[in-house]
Every structure is written in structure tokens, then in C-alpha cells.
Write a protein that binds this ligand. Structure first.
Ligand code: 7TS
Length: 412
């Protein structure tokens, strides 16, 4: 069991007021808050250890290198990767997927090949494929989303075929909260000789993740959504696959030998980490992973399931709310999206902000999904391990303000 009040003590920002009210932070799908340990790790790195890595042989350089590589090992353990060599540090999920597109995709795709995505993908898992299909002549197909907000698996079985070279899918939707059956999609993909890329931006921070269970070829996620700093993310790939790929960026740190007219590459993962990396943030991401591991990802999941169940109940009580996503909380993570009467989601967000409540309104970088849902945008509340039922109450009560302000506009 998770002691939420104790957890909250670890997050300094949760003590602040917004518009004279205690902050209620329900925008965790956009980015998470940071525990004191992560903030301290950053400060400590710059106060005590700052040096470039993998080059100097002075004490600071060796300490910084050791801490950086320890973070890689921690991340590997966190997702069940057999080898830390499978872990490439990048800026974020977006960069990780782009690297796969421009390394694996550029050399593996040709006209007639297909990349299979879903209707619910974040733009980060669509636009890189648009760019690479323009270059290679491959095509994109999308698995439809049912009215319940789940993946249409029958359609997936029809769509994934011999022409499929990659199935690229988010493990958890950042709008609907749906947890997609990625392992099953992986089995369908692998049966056709295709690869599986999992966009773990929303899942790795919230669900216990084991790359062996998922049997994914690539997994992309962002540190900032899992208590870590911005500016650091992870590309995991099966080691043999990573070894088979050429680098995308060239420069210092990623070479074996350089001549005036050509060069040879370092082993993985260094081959994919050209130039001075984001050392301090990587080390602090290692601290975030320590924090989550100590709390226990099963506890994080259980807490989010309980709070999401409660939030769905409270929102169901409001007639004006049109909820999206599966009605069974067990099928979803801690993300709740809805449309409130005919009030534009941006207005809802602005009004509840007056009560100190931070939520997100918009298309959430999922324009194709918005079209599927038939709305321009949604209101979204997203939870993490430090959120409480009382905060859900503050949020749902603040919706009454929206009703009050818009009562002349058809909202009762
Ligand atoms: N994939 C999914 C499923 C996401 O939810 C996000 C970010 C990304 C990829 C991109 O992550 P980044 O760290 O590279 O930016 N999602 C959101 C969101 O829902 N609100 O703000 C960012």
C-alpha cells in the first residue's frame, strides 16, 4: 500500500498555492512533478561531480562517468532489459521514435511495405513515420479504435500482414487512458516478420514494464513523465537489433576510428550518443527510477487504479460530462478525458485554474483521435502517485463553477 501523504512530503511543489488555493496538479500525462531526491541529485551533480564523461581520466570525470553508467544500469533493470547496452539516452520519446525512423526505418522500408499504427497515436508516433514514408515509399495503416475506446483487435488481425514491417503503438493512450494489448500486437507482428515499437511515454511511468514480457523490439519513453528531469529520455532496443543499425548523428563519442574521409563506429549504445550527453539529467533520471522502484510500480498502479475509479464515478454523476475511453477502469491508466457540455475545454481549464486545479485541455497532440471522437479537444485530468481522492473532489467541485458561468449558454 502506498502512503500518499508521506509521498506528498517528498514533492516540494505540492506545497505551493495557485491563485490563492492549494495546487491540485492533475496534468501528469504532460509532465510529472519531481521529488526532492531528484532535485537534490541534479544540484549535487553540479556542485560535486560536474565533468565530461567517457574521456577524462581525472577523478571528477571518472565519478561522472560511473554515475552516468549506473543510471543506464538502473534504467535497464527498471524495464527488465537483459543488458544496459540496450539503453540509449536521448532527449525524450519523440527523439527516440525519430531515431528508429531514421536508422531502422530509412534502411528497412521500401515501396509496398507498411507501418501499422493506431487511430489513437500521439503525433510523436505518427509524424516521424510520415517523414520516413515520404522518403522510402512505404505506407501507413491505422488500427481503428472502437466506440469504447479500445483497440479493434479483429481489425488488427486483418491489417497486420506480410507487407507489415513495423507495428508502432502506444502502450497507454494519453487521451483515452486505454492500455493497449501490445504483447498481443507483438505476436501478430512477429508472426509476419515485422518489428514491434512500443511508445511507452505514458506506460513506463505508471505500469510495471518488462521488455521481455512485451517482447518489443523498440521501446521509447521520457524521463520527465516519470519524476525525472526534462531533456532526458530513453530508446531501448534489443541489443542485436541496435548493433545492426548505423548511427544517425556523427561526432565525438560515437566513433571507433576516424580518418579524413571515413570513420568506423563505436559499439552500442555509445554509437547512438554523439557529442556530450545530458549527463546531469541522466543521473537524476537514475534517482527517479530509484524512487519509483522503492515505492514499487505495483503500488503506483494500484493507487492510480483506485483514484481513477473514484474520478470516473464522480464524473459520471455530472450530467454535462461526456466521458471518453473504456468504462472499465481496469482497462485504463490514470488518464480521464471528457467533454463538458458545449463548453470549450480551454474555458474549462481556465476556470478550474482559478481553483488551483491544473488540468490539460486541447487535442493532446492526437488530432486523428479527436476526429475519431468527433470533438475538437477534450478536458483531461491525469493522475500520479501523489494525487488524492480529495484532489479529485476539488476538481469535480470546480466544474460547478463552469456550470455557473456558462448557465446562460445551455449548461444547467
Ligand atoms: N507519446 C505519448 C503517448 C505521449 O503521451 C507523449 C507526450 C509523447 C509520446 C511525447 O513525449 P515527449 O516527452 O517526447 O514530448 N504526451 C503529452 C501529453 O499528453 N501532454 O503533453 C505531452
Amino acid at each position: 500500500m502506498l502512503d500518499v501523504q508521506r509521498v506528498r512530503e517528498d514533492f516540494p511543489i505540492l506545497k505551493r498555492q495557485v491563485n490563492g488555493k492549494p495546487l491540485v496538479y492533475l496534468d501528469n500525462a504532460a509532465t510529472s512533478q519531481k521529488p526532492r531526491a531528484v532535485i537534490d541529485a541534479l544540484v549535487s551533480y553540479y556542485e560535486n561531480t560536474n565533468a565530461n564523461i567517457h574521456r577524462g581520466i581525472h577523478t571528477l570525470a571518472e565519478e561522472a562517468t560511473r554515475e552516468y553508467e549506473e543510471a543506464r544500469a538502473k534504467v535497464a533493470r527498471f524495464i527488465g532489459a537483459r543488458s544496459a547496452r540496450s539503453i540509449v539516452f536521448v532527449r525524450n520519446t519523440t527523439e527516440a521514435i525519430n531515431i528508429v525512423a531514421w536508422t531502422w526505418g530509412r534502411t528497412s522500408l521500401k515501396p509496398g511495405d507498411e507501418i501499422v499504427v493506431t487511430e489513437a497515436e500521439h503525433h510523436s508516433n505518427l509524424v516521424p513515420w510520415h517523414l520516413i514514408t515520404e522518403q522510402t515509399g512505404a505506407a501507413i495503416r491505422a488500427i481503428p479504435i472502437t466506440d469504447e475506446g479500445t483497440l479493434d483487435l479483429d481489425a488488427a488481425r486483418r491489417i497486420i500482414g506480410p507487407q507489415t514491417k513495423l507495428v508502432a503503438v502506444a502502450h497507454m493512450s494519453n487521451v483515452l487512458g486505454t492500455i493497449h494489448p501490445v504483447a498481443e500486437l507483438g505476436r501478430l507482428a512477429h508472426a509476419q516478420g515485422a518489428k514491434l515499437l512500443v511508445d511507452g511515454a505514458q506506460s513506463v511511468p505508471h505500469l510495471s514494464t518488462d521488455v521481455n514480457d512485451l517482447d518489443c523490439d523498440f521501446l521509447a519513453f521520457s524521463g520527465h513523465k516519470m519524476l525525472g528531469p526534462t531533456g532526458v529520455g530513453v530508446l531501448y532496443a534489443k541489443t542485436e537489433l541496435l548493433e545492426s543499425l548505423d548511427p544517425l548523428f556523427g561526432g565525438g563519442g560515437m566513433i571507433r576510428e576516424v580518418y579524413l574521409d571515413h570513420s568506423t563506429w563505436a559499439d552500442v549504445p555509445e554509437r547512438f550518443e554523439a557529442g556530450t550527453p545530458n549527463i546531469g539529467d541522466v543521473i537524476a533520471l537514475g534517482t527517479a527510477v530509484d524512487y519509483l522502484s522503492t515505492v514499487g510500480m505495483d503500488n503506483v498502479r494500484a493507487h492510480e487504479l483506485a483514484i481513477t475509479t473514484y474520478a470516473l464515478e464522480k464524473l459520471h454523476e455530472q450530467r454535462e460530462v461526456r466521458l471518453f475511453g473504456p468504462s472499465d477502469p481496469g482497462l485504463r491508466g490514470g488518464v480521464v478525458s471528457f467533454y463538458y457540455a458545449d463548453v470549450h475545454p480551454h474555458d474549462v481549464s481556465t476556470i478550474v485554474d482559478q481553483e488551483g486545479v491544473a488540468i490539460r485541455a486541447g487535442h493532446h497532440c492526437c488530432q486523428p483521435l479527436m476526429k475519431r471522437l468527433g470533438v475538437p479537444a477534450t478536458v483531461r485530468a491525469s493522475f500520479y502517485l501523489y494525487n488524492t481522492d480529495e484532489e479529485v473532489d476539488v476538481f469535480t467541485r470546480s466544474l460547478n463553477l463552469v456550470r455557473g458561468i456558462f448557465s446562460g449558454a445551455g449548461v444547467r
